[in-house]
Design a protein around this ligand. Structure first.
Ligand code: 5AD
Ligand code: SF4
Length: 582
């Protein structure tokens, strides 16, 4: 491949090994002067596929790019730098990527300095990086999930050498802290607690693409969550491929239940977590979830199959009975708790009877929501080596039957919601109808209702009036104007600049020397008025001199200087509020 520097290529064998131990770095990103110069006036765009781990990676990459001086592009056409952040979990996720890469050919034709980067899980697969670079000549940089923190260095190298770059590492993976981040939302946030996965379910590529299961230090997680709470975030979701494993690698008794409780105590209005593996879901976790009202009663518990033999072949480490007794335990403890799942149909050689076990398990559990997938062989995983005799037609047929059964369960939960009021965190106008707002209830159900767009980011009560199976329709139970006015008043009470002004005002009002000066100024003013009325010009001139000197003394008093600067600092914010109210 001409004009391409290949630094590292991924190797599945290395990715499978857990030989090297992860380390934690604190990386203070500093863009090079050359990159800052290049970034001037340039726009970036990141297109993310796949799960929340990728979304969080996007936020970190956006933070780094903005630190270098790039600004977010409002459209694909205007972008000078594009990153396609890929997913490898199923083949159809990969297929979408090819179309995306092709789309940006015209950007490269228009702009000789255009940069196209490919990253994410798909790049961690053997052979993909080189193949894509060979087919698509406008690809500039290919990197993986383990060197996102080096993004700015890679861009700098590309600009300096004018050559394309491939650098995809395969190893257990490290933890890098202190990276800048531009969050996509200002009211709900994802916080990583573990990276990677060590479960090695036989169908899954994730342990190879994202490396060893490694936990972030408790202090780093709590610091990030505390900052989010202070910034007014309404919802935090703790993220990990398997959050239950949190802290096991520290070998000091640290557990997921512990970190969940610590974050709940920070007082974020809503706390969620995903994903939980049914295998190591502890009673201690249940206790914490039940105890804190701000932990949402909604558990994503992927079952994958309802048949013991398939579960064994999948390497899931639990039986159908184990799973069902966990569901029973959750429901006994928290009858209102929503349970959602992931299910795969058509695992190699799955028989009709085995599939029927999955259907019966779905009926028995009655999920609040389920993500259903047709098995997709992933090269390098153990399941991909099994010869499969189930026809694609049978797989699709099972998939359709499964979707129907899932729908029945979902609908029975939704019907029960009609007539009840739920607290909804408003995401903004609905995708289909801009007059309608959408948001999620505590139990993870999507609810649509009419209301002003200014409610975005607020948690409001909505009474469900109509069940549309996968989403609900409802009515707002508050007067939005009064609600927003109260929110503004509370925000103003907490506003540090306003607090500073009020404190400076109080200090100036209560100071005895300033009080005396104010009295003297007032009496000088009165005397001046009397002297002016009786035309005693000389006496008036001398009183005026006295008055001016008193005023000077007053205005240069440290407490008055402090008050004046507090007022000046507050003014831009007041104009913004006035603007918003107009
Ligand atoms: N084929 C189909 N579905 C898969 N998943 C993971 N790997 C595969 C695969 N090879 C599904 C699982 C997992 C979800 C995130 O994706 O159900 O829980
Ligand atoms: Fe994949 Fe299993 Fe790990 Fe989930 S737990 S990421 S399905 S290997």
């Amino acid at each position: 491949m001409a004009k391409t520097i290949i630094k590292h290529l991924p190797e599945m064998a290395k990715a499978r090994s857990r030989a090297d131990s992860p380390r934690t770095f604190r990386n203070d990103i500093e863009p090079s002067p050359r990159l800052k110069e290049f970034a001037k006036g340039k726009k970036y765009l990141i297109k993310t596929f796949g799960c929340q781990a990728n979304v969080r990676d996007e936020e970190i990459m956006a933070g780094m790019l903005e630190k270098a001086g790039f600004v977010k592009s409002p459209s694909e056409e205007e972008a000078n730098l594009v990153i396609i952040n890929t997913c490898a979990v199923r083949e159809n996720a990969e297929e979408k990527v090819y179309g995306e890469i092709g789309k940006f050919k015209s950007n490269a034709t228009k702009d000789p300095n255009f940069i196209l980067c490919l990253c994410g899980c798909m790049m961690q697969e053997e052979g993909v990086a080189v193949k894509l670079r060979e087919i698509y000549h406008h690809v500039s940089i290919v990197f993986g999930t383990h060197n996102i923190d080096k993004l700015l260095d890679m861009l700098d190298e590309k600009i300096a050498t004018k050559k394309s770059l491939i650098d995809v590492l395969s190893f257990s993976g490290d933890i890098v802290e202190n990276l800048p981040s531009t969050r996509l939302d200002s009211y709900k946030a994802y916080v990583n607690i573990t990276y990677g996965c060590d479960k090695f379910c036989t169908y899954c590529i994730v342990p190879y693409t994202r490396g060893r299961e490694r936990s972030r230090a408790k202090e780093d997680i709590l610091k990030e969550c505390k900052e989010l709470v202070e910034q007014g975030y309404q919802e935090i979701t703790l993220l990990g491929q398997n959050v239950n494993s949190y802290g096991k690698d520290f070998k000091n008794g640290t557990s997921f239940a512990g970190i969940l409780e610590d974050v709940a105590k920070l007082g974020v209005p809503r706390l969620r977590f995903m994903t939980s593996h049914p295998w190591d879901f502890t009673d201690e976790m249940l206790d914490v979830i039940a105890k804190y009202p701000n932990i949402m009663k909604c558990i994503h518990l992927p079952v994958q199959s309802g048949n013991d033999e398939i579960l064994r072949l999948m390497g899931r480490r639990y039986t159908r009975e184990d799973y069902l007794s966990l569901v029973k335990k959750i429901r006994e403890r928290m009858p209102e708790c929503a349970i959602t799942t992931d299910i795969i149909v058509g695992f190699p050689n799955e028989t009709e009877e085995q599939f029927l076990d999955t259907l019966s398990l779905c009926k028995e559990v009655g999920y609040d929501a389920a993500f259903t997938f047709i098995y997709s062989p992933r090269k390098g995983t153990p399941a991909a080596r099994i010869e499969d005799n189930v026809s694609p037609k049978d797989k699709h047929d099972r998939f359709n039957r499964l979707v129907k059964v899932v729908e029945e369960g979902v609908s029975s939960h939704s019907q029960k919601m009609v007539g009840k009021t739920y607290m909804v965190l408003v995401d903004g106008p609905s995708k289909k109808d801009s007059d309608v707002l959408s948001g999620y209830a505590e139990n993870g159900k999507l609810i649509h209702f009419k209301g002003p767009v200014q409610l975005k980011g607020s948690i409001v009560p909505v009474k469900v009036t109509e069940d549309r199976t996968f989403s609900m329709f409802g009515e707002l139970q508050i007067d939005p104007i009064l609600f927003l006015a109260e929110k503004l008043r509370m925000a103003m009470d907490e506003e540090p600049l306003l607090k500073n002004y009020l404190a400076a005002k109080k200090a100036a009002e209560e100071d005895a020397s300033l009080g005396k000066l104010r009295d003297e100024i007032e009496s000088a003013q009165r005397a001046m008025m009397n002297l002016a009325a009786s035309h005693e010009d000389e006496k008036f001139a001398s009183k005026r001199k006295e008055y001016l000197s008193l005023m000077k003394e007053y205005e240069s008093h440290p407490l008055i200087l402090n008050l004046t600067s507090a007022k000046e600092e507050l003014e831009p914010m007041l104009s913004l509020v006035a603007e918003a109210l107009r």
